[in-house]
Ligand binder design. Structure first.
Ligand code: SAM
Length: 327
């Protein structure tokens, strides 16, 4: 069943529509079969699920007999998944935390190494579909976009307080928005008269500058860029890759699911660097042994969802899974 029907991957992430009857899931886990096949959860193995969300992937690990530590920045996700997975409570530990802080969480639990890990980054369907969280372009709500209480500044704070130069950088770098300068100068004019408070206000202001062509809302890229900036998503990813890699036991596998090219590029480069035997630079006379190598790369090309999966869950369409094994 198609729960939501969008044509563009960005629309899948950012726009919103009423879920069809029977499609009220908190979040449908993407690439779940592939995650299980590659990460091989089994009794006695301790998994870290760094992005618990609705608990769909964790449920698969638990069903296979593994123990799971589930992290999420979002208290709603922890409450929901904790309730849904209550029958596994004896093998499940939940903590509200950024996966970038994995070291502190494991230290506090007295755990040295983990037998496998997954991060499935971005926002959950629940977050996107809840107007009061401020991620939605289609339903008016407060211009918030914070994934959790650890995030200090709201999207409104960014739009109302940031310098025009920084806003242009955010829209260009995180939204790949070509009209960043025009959009920002309009926002800056408007915010003097009346500060931005709602998603609807921002979406309308961007529409003043960029007329709608096709199905995608003109503010789609602006919303993506702000969400990434508000939650420091790329910074968390960079720090999280290091933090989780450092705690993997020998033979443990680590999977990362991304939803857009900015994230995927970071993961691809990180896994490539940490699995290459040799490194070379133009200024060196010859290649050198790579001192950072700790992985075997299991996915030279990322794994994409099957056509059946994207037909059933259009939000899976832009997902990419990359996996490494600790050597
Ligand atoms: C795509 S959903 C994960 C869905 C989950 N795998 C499932 O099967 O339901 C992403 C979740 O990760 C959380 N999240 C995003 N970035 C995070 C971070 N840096 N640390 C912890 N949680 C994060 C979000 O709050 C959201 O609940």
């Amino acid at each position: 069943m198609n729960c939501l029907d969008f044509e563009d991957p960005l629309d899948l992430l950012l726009e919103n529509s009423e879920p069809a009857p029977g499609c009220m899931d908190y979040h449908i886990p993407v690439l779940a079969e592939e995650v299980v096949a590659f990460l091989r959860p089994a009794p006695g193995i301790l998994f870290l699920d760094g992005t618990l969300g609705g608990g769909g992937h964790s449920e698969r690990f638990l069903q296979a007999g593994a123990r799971v530590i589930g992290l999420d920045r979002d208290a709603d996700a922890l409450a929901h998944a904790g309730e849904r997975l209550a029958s596994y409570a004896h093998r499940l530990t939940l903590r509200q935390a950024n996966y970038a802080d994995t070291a502190a969480v494991l230290d506090a639990l007295g755990i040295d190494t983990i037998g496998g890990a997954l991060i499935d980054i971005g926002v959950s369907s629940h977050q996107l579909d809840t107007a009061t969280r401020g991620f939605s372009l289609m339903h008016d709500g407060p211009l918030d976009m914070r994934m959790g209480t650890d995030v200090a500044r709201t999207a409104a704070n960014f739009v109302n307080q940031e310098s025009p130069e920084e806003l242009v950088r955010i829209l260009r770098e995180y939204g790949e928005e070509n009209s960043a300068v025009r959009i920002v100068s309009h926002l800056v004019n408007l915010r003097h008269a009346r500060p931005f408070e709602t998603t609807g206000q921002l979406a309308a202001a961007v529409s003043d500058v960029i007329p709608r062509t096709g199905r995608r809302h003109p503010a789609t890229r602006v919303f993506q860029a702000l969400r990434i900036a508000v939650n420091d998503e790329l910074g968390s990813l960079q720090r999280g890759l290091d933090a989780i890699s450092a705690r993997l036991a020998r033979g443990a596998r680590f999977g990362v699911i991304t939803f857009h090219s900015l994230e995927d590029r970071i993961v691809k480069r990180y896994f490539k660097h940490r699995s290459s035997e040799w490194i070379d630079r133009p200024e060196w006379p010859e290649p050198k042994k790579n001192p950072d190598r700790i992985f075997r790369l299991l996915t030279p090309h990322p794994i994409d969802p099957s056509p059946e999966e994207t037909a059933a869950n259009p939000r899976a369409r832009s997902a990419k899974l990359r996996i490494v094994e600790r050597t």
